[in-house]
Ligand binder design. Structure first.
Ligand SMILES: Cc1cc2nc3c(=O)[nH]c(=O)nc-3n(C[C@H](O)[C@H](O)[C@H](O)COP(=O)(O)O)c2cc1C
Length: 192
């Protein structure tokens, strides 16, 4: 079983979101039959422009192979901090690149149809403020995209209020890590 881990944490090893997602991955990996490919998003990603549509409609080989990596994974895990009500631009750029018709989804007369084989889509985030669940537009957006790609089993785990003076950020993060570990253990069944 093969997971794609999309690391969209710009602060690298200092990232609390990355630490949270790793707890989940470690819980999953104890199953033994799970391999994880990490795609660490970097500043090499650029917005789509005319150069990315050779011939007008088709997409470049680079985008197709990035999209195939997503389509072929048995499960997809995203780690991205909460920025500007959603997530960092790096992740928006990545999603633009992998939304390739005919690879991750296709349009039909009755709507879109997902082409990804993944059984689930997981999203880990941390937020500086006390973000109510319905205000996390990143969550809403990723849930819709997971559906478009054909991975309707979407779950998010987050730690909120980490930058609020007076709150115990360590305790909040530990609670979220416990939730992430529990989700990792229960997701093992999905991969067997
Ligand atoms: C560029 C930037 C934008 C941010 N935007 C928000 C925001 O809109 N709402 C919020 O609650 N926190 C916001 N934060 C705070 C982060 O969500 C918070 O510090 C988070 O835990 C960072 O995750 P990390 O440790 O994985 O980098 C922002 C931080 C940065 C650097």
């Amino acid at each position: 079983m093969h997971l794609l881990f999309i690391n969209a944490c710009p602060r690298g090893e200092s990232s609390r979101t990355l630490a949270l997602s790793r707890v989940y991955l470690e819980a999953l990996e104890t199953a033994g039959n799970v391999t994880v490919t990490e795609r660490r998003l970097s500043g090499n990603l650029t917005p789509l422009t005319a150069d990315d549509f050779p011939g007008g409609q088709q997409r470049t080989d680079g985008d197709v192979s990035l999209a195939r990596e997503l389509a072929d994974a048995d499960g997809v895990v995203i780690a991205a901090p909460y920025w500007e009500f959603t997530f960092p631009a790096l992740l928006h750029l990545y999603l633009e690149r992998v939304s390739v018709p005919g690879v991750t989804f296709r349009y039909t007369e009755t709507g879109s149809e997902g082409l990804c084989r993944g059984k689930f889509f997981r999203y880990f985030f941390t937020a500086g403020g006390p973000v109510p669940a319905e205000e996390n537009l990143g969550c809403t957006l990723l849930r819709h995209l997971a559906g478009l790609y054909g991975m309707g089993d979407f779950k998010a785990v987050g730690a909120r209020g980490l930058d609020v003076i007076g709150l115990d950020a360590t305790a909040i993060l530990e609670k979220a890590k416990a939730d992430a570990a529990a989700l990792g253990l229960s997701d093992r069944a999905l991969l067997s």
